[in-house]
Design a protein around this ligand. Structure first.
Ligand SMILES: *Cc1c(COP(=O)(O)O)cnc(C)c1O
Length: 226
């Protein structure tokens, strides 16, 4: 059996049906995605606009494409026609552009608000106050071509499982507060995207509904990304 299929089956067997497994294929060739696709997998994640667009063009159209990386406003137009869920909305400006491109493409684009939960300096995302400001703004309330479907976060990259668990608990709390305050009657506000190769077991224990797993499926990535 191909190692990618073996990895996928092994990981899937540890993930309950209610949790969606996104196979993160960034920096991996089309052929690798084909292998996973042919074994039945349909949910893939990418973190670069041009790369996800090229892969969408090259691969079968029943794939659900998830955008999980920092998204520049001027790149939204490349993914707006097909993206299934943007996990990484981290500013009002970006959300406005997604709404604008949604309108242009005559569709509603599903989004998650990314929260900053890690202790590292480099991670993007809202604080609870920033998210509240966005959600209470008239600007947001006038946006007709986006749906906020939940939250996303990345834990600190560390061996410290206590810290990781704490960060995921924090994200769960943010989700619950937003649900109660702004989305109580919104059926589609239900997703918590958390958990990667290093920490998805902890994430699932802390209430994750979507996990994003790359290297445990496709192998280590070559980190030269210029
Ligand atoms: C790369 C990436 C992943 C997958 O990382 P692995 O450690 O390879 O599982 C998940 N989420 C985001 C946002 C990523 O950039």
């Amino acid at each position: 059996m191909h190692p990618i299929i073996e990895n996928l089956q092994k990981i899937s067997s540890h993930i309950p049906d209610a949790i969606k497994l996104i196979a993160v294929s960034k920096l991996k060739p089309i052929e690798d995605i084909h292998v996973a696709y042919n074994s039945g997998h349909r949910y893939f994640g990418e973190n670069k606009a041009m790369e996800i667009k090229a892969k969408w063009e090259a691969l079968p159209k029943d794939i659900e494409w998830h955008f999980i990386g920092h998204l520049q406003t001027n790149k939204v137009k490349y993914i707006a026609p097909f993206v299934h869920l943007i996990h990484s909305v981290d500013s009002m400006k970006l959300l406005q552009e997604i709404n604008r491109q949604g309108l242009k493409n005559n569709r509603t684009i599903d989004c998650l608000l990314q929260f900053y939960i890690a202790t590292e300096e480099t991670k993007f995302g809202f604080s609870p106050d920033e998210a509240a400001e966005l959600l209470e703004s008239e600007n947001f309330q006038s946006m007709k071509n986006i749906h906020i479907c939940g939250v996303m976060g990345m834990a600190t990259y560390t061996e410290n499982k206590t810290l990781i668990r704490q960060e995921f608990k924090t994200l769960y709390t943010y989700f619950s507060e937003l649900k109660n305050k702004y989305f109580y009657n919104t059926q589609y506000f239900k997703e918590i995207s958390m958990g990667m190769t290093n920490d998805f077991y902890i994430a699932m224990e802390e209430g994750s509904t979507i996990v994003r797993i790359g290297s445990a499926i496709f192998g280590e990535r070559n980190h030269i990304t210029t």
